[in-house]
Structures are given as structure tokens and as C-alpha cells.
Design a binder for this molecule. Structure first.
Ligand code: ARG
Length: 477
């Protein structure tokens, strides 16, 4: 991933370096201050949104009669030509022009002459940058949602295939009860589905147009804000200009949702890392998702999950950077807000990359069913089933718990599983135990018995997978 801020922002000798706001200044900006205050190194990433916003603004200015049609046409042509230049890599970003907005505007004026100077009518960089960031984040959310859908679909496919596969379910990382591997995968699906829901909700508040708020107080031009919103696909326009230019809640909301999604990916990573270890051996990851060691020839390391687990911290950091950035700011716009972009872009790239890696990796995961089954047989995972059996024979649950506890201790001393104890030994713990108890003590019997909505019975897992598939189809997956 090459980030725009890794590109060099060198000077273009062809452009006259006249500041677009130079009028009231007596001396040039200190060279270091110029570089220190510039955001062009990272906000050039917003060029598409900036140009789209400017075109919509120009068309609206023509519609309300502030620009003549020919003027608007020249501006739109000029902006489209600049877009092509940038995409072709034929555009030198100039630090002296500070940011993406003034780089593009200066180039426009350079290209089409004085008409270009009319574009900024009724607009400020304050509402311009808020618009650009909202447009950019909206696009990013859509790409993230698409990757989330791909990952969720992969989980549902795998869960359906593995509905009958038994694995140990854990509490305290101790074997607790047998569960379906498909059930475990659908637990991950639920976590990620909440993440998708949250992002859809955040997107509603992102998709509001600030343009028309100008610097902070609105503008005296008769702008048609609804027309700009319509052209850019916004659901509506902001209601308060002071709020619109200073609000970055939508970035923080996104970073919160992104942090939760990364936390989920990190938990999934942790399990994948455990499961690929020799001690568990539950799954294999194909070689293409792993790397080796430069010294230990036998090693195959689960790098992708490890990196995702590690990258989670970056996104939490991005969230805290934004919360802290905003906490002391008076209304309305402050230059502090320029600091919103790098954490936002970092979180977008990190989440998108992590989701992409997971969406590619999950369908390729190879379960080792024998190992999972053997692990589920350890740790007396069907002890609760024996207690439930005794309850069905009329024993109160607390007494049943005590009886099974004693049977477990006995089996432990004998070095065997509950199901391996002879019937007469089991009957020594309770006379209510009959021959049919052995069906109850099997892993499959235990799993199938939990045939309740949300339970681990394979029949339930298949039902949940089908419901998930239907929900994904409704979302157009
Ligand atoms: N580069 C600035 C930012 O990222 C754009 C807005 C600057 N506005 C201003 N009044 N200095 O926030």
C-alpha cells in the first residue's frame, strides 16, 4: 500500500508561488512554518473529492446566476483536466500552497486564467475540507462494508460445511462443553455483523453536506445547498454553519466502529494463532498466508493474524488521537482540525487491509477434524450432560452436580473419560443411572441435545447459517 503522504511534495518551478491569501501580509511565510503548517503531504489523498465538490459548487453557482454558464463550463473543464493530470501522475504538489484545496485552485487559475478565481465564491476551505473528508469517509465506509460482507459470507459458507464438526468449547480457556465448529464460526459472524450495522449507522451521519456554511457563519450569496447535496449524493444539508465547519464527531464515530471491528478481528486472530499451534493443531493455514523463520527451518508462522492483532493498537490510537484533538476546541473551525486526517486515513487503511486479508484467508482455512474431536474428548466435556440426564431421572440439579463431580474425580484418578467408566461403577454414584447413559455421554449426543434457538446443535447451526445467508442476500451480497 503506497500512501499518498509517502510521495514527495516537491516544488513545481512552472508555477508562480503567489499565496492565495497573501493580500494582508507584509512578509513571506517563514520557510519552516510553511512546511510545518502544510497538509499537502497527506491531504492530497482527497483530490478526487475536492474536485467533485468544486464541480458541484461551480454548477450550483451557475444555476443561481452567480457564474455565467460559459464561466462554469471553463471551470468544470479545467477541474476535469486537473483530475486527469493527477491520475496520470502529472501534477506537482506544492508545499507553498499548503493543502490540496489551494494546490488545485492555484493550478486551475494557472490553467484557465482569471475565471478560475471565481470558483471560491461563497465558499471557505473550512466547509470545503469538511465536505471532502465526509465524501472520502463515505467512500471508505462503502469499501469497508464490501470487504466485511465478503468475510461474513466466507464464514457462513464454512460454518455450514462444518456444522457437524465437534470441537471443544472453552470458558476460561479450559475445555467446557463440546460445540460445533460451525457454531464457533457463526459467533464470529455475529460479531462482524454488529460491526457492519454500526458502520451503516455511522454512514448516515457522515452523509450530510457542510458546504454553504462558508468560514463559519454561512454566506450572503443565494446558494442552492440542496442542489449541491443532490449532485454529490448527500442525504441532506447541515443545519448549523458553526457546527458544520467544526464538527468531527463523524470521524470519531467511525474510529470507534473501526476500533470495535479491529478488536473483533484481533480476537479472531488470537484464536487462529492458538489453533494453528502444535499444541492445539485444530486448523492449518495455507502457506500463502504464513511466513517462515530465518533461523528455524521447521517454522511456519501465522503472520497475518498476528499482524492484525498487532495493528489493532494503531486504530485504538487513532481513536484516542481524535478524541483528544477535539476535547478543548472552541467553536468554530480551528487549525487543530487539520490533524484529523492522518489518523483517519491510517484507520481506514488498517481496517480495510485487515478485512481484505481475513476475507481471503478464511475460506482457505483447513480444519483438522480429528484433532478437534480428540480435544473435545478431553476435560470431561460431557459432564453437564450427565448431570442433565440425572435431572431427567428425577434428581434435583444441585444433587446431580455433586454426583457428577464425584464421578469426574473418580474418572480423573482412573485416567479415563466419563464414557469409559463401566455401568456398575457409574451406578455406584447414582442408582438412577441406566444403560442409555452412554448415548448421553457422546460428543455428538451432547451437541445435538442443545437444540435450542442460538444453541450449538448442528440443526440449529444450519438454521442460523441459512438465516445469515438470507440476511446477506438482502444486503445485496
Ligand atoms: N488544510 C486545512 C485542514 O486540513 C484546510 C482548512 C484550512 N482552513 C483555514 N482557515 N486555515 O483543515
Amino acid at each position: 500500500m503506497i500512501r499518498p503522504d509517502e510521495q514527495t511534495a516537491d516544488q513545481n518551478p512552472d508555477l508562480p508561488l503567489v499565496k492565495l491569501w497573501g493580500g494582508r501580509f507584509d512578509e513571506p511565510t517563514d520557510a519552516f512554518v510553511e512546511a510545518f503548517t502544510a497538509s499537502i503531504g497527506f491531504d492530497q489523498r482527497l483530490y478526487r473529492e475536492d474536485i467533485a465538490g468544486s464541480i458541484a459548487h461551480a454548477r450550483m453557482l451557475a444555476k443561481v446566476g452567480v457564474l455565467k454558464t460559459e464561466e462554469c463550463d471553463k471551470i468544470v473543464q479545467g477541474l476535469n483536466a486537473i483530475l486527469l493530470d493527477i491520475e496520470r501522475g502529472d501534477f506537482a504538489w506544492v508545499v507553498a500552497y499548503e493543502d490540496v484545496h489551494m494546490n488545485i485552485e492555484a493550478r486551475l487559475i494557472d490553467r484557465i486564467g482569471d475565471v478560475g478565481k471565481k470558483l471560491h465564491t461563497g465558499r471557505s476551505r473550512n466547509d470545503q475540507v469538511a465536505t471532502d473528508v465526509r465524501l472520502h469517509l463515505r467512500g471508505a465506509i462503502d469499501r469497508i462494508l464490501a470487504e466485511l460482507t465478503r468475510l461474513r459470507s466466507g464464514l457462513v459458507d464454512l460454518a455450514e460445511r462444518e456444522a457437524d464438526t465437534v470441537m471443544p468449547g472453552f470458558t476460561h480457556l479450559q475445555v467446557a462443553q463440546p460445540v460445533s465448529f460451525g457454531h464457533h464460526l457463526l459467533a464470529w459472524y455475529e460479531m462482524l455483523t454488529r460491526d457492519a450495522d454500526r458502520l451503516v449507522d455511522v454512514r448516515r451521519r457522515v452523509n450530510v453536506l457542510p458546504l454553504g456554511s462558508a468560514a463559519l457563519a454561512g454566506t450572503s450569496y443565494p446558494l442552492d445547498r440542496a442542489y449541491v447535496a443532490e449532485q454529490l449524493g448527500f442525504d441532506g444539508v447541515s443545519r448549523n454553519s458553526l457546527d458544520a465547519v467544526s464538527d468531527r464527531d463523524f470521524v470519531i464515530e467511525f474510529l470507534s466502529a473501526a476500533s470495535l471491528a479491529m478488536m473483533h478481528l484481533s480476537r479472531m486472530s488470537e484464536e487462529l494463532i492458538l489453533w494453528t499451534s502444535a499444541q492445539f493443531g485444530f486448523i492449518d493455514l495455507p502457506d500463502r498466508f504464513c511466513t517462515g523463520s530465518s533461523i528455524m527451518p521447521q517454522k511456519k508462522n501465522p503472520d497475518v493474524p498476528e499482524l492484525v492483532r498487532g495493528k489493532t493498537g494503531r486504530v485504538y490510537g487513532d481513536l484516542f488521537a481524535l478524541l483528544t484533538l477535539m476535547k478543548g476546541q472552541p467553536l468554530a473551525y480551528n487549525k487543530d482540525n487539520q490533524e484529523d486526517k492522518e489518523p483517519l486515513f491510517d484507520a481506514i487503511d488498517t481496517l480495510l487491509g485487515s478485512l481484505r486479508a481475513f476475507a481471503d484467508m478464511i475460506p482457505a482455512l483447513q480444519p483438522n477434524r480429528d484433532r478437534m474431536r480428540a480435544a473435545a474428548r478431553q476435560g470431561f466435556s460431557t459432564a453437564t450432560d450427565l448431570a442433565d440426564y440425572l435431572v431427567r431421572q428425577g434428581v434435583p440439579f444441585r444433587d446431580a452436580h455433586e454426583i457428577v463431580g464425584r464421578a469426574v474425580r473418580h474418572a480423573q484418578n482412573a485416567g479415563c473419560d466419563l464414557a469409559d467408566l463401566p455401568l456398575d461403577v457409574l451406578q455406584g454414584f447414582s442408582a438412577k443411572i441406566g444403560e442409555e447413559v452412554f448415548a448421553v455421554l457422546t460428543l455428538e449426543g451432547s451437541m445435538a441435545a442443545r437444540d435450542i434457538e442460538g444453541g450449538t446443535a448442528p440443526a440449529q447451526v444450519r438454521r442460523q447459517a441459512a438465516a445469515a445467508r438470507a440476511a446477506l442476500a438482502e444486503q445485496g451480497a
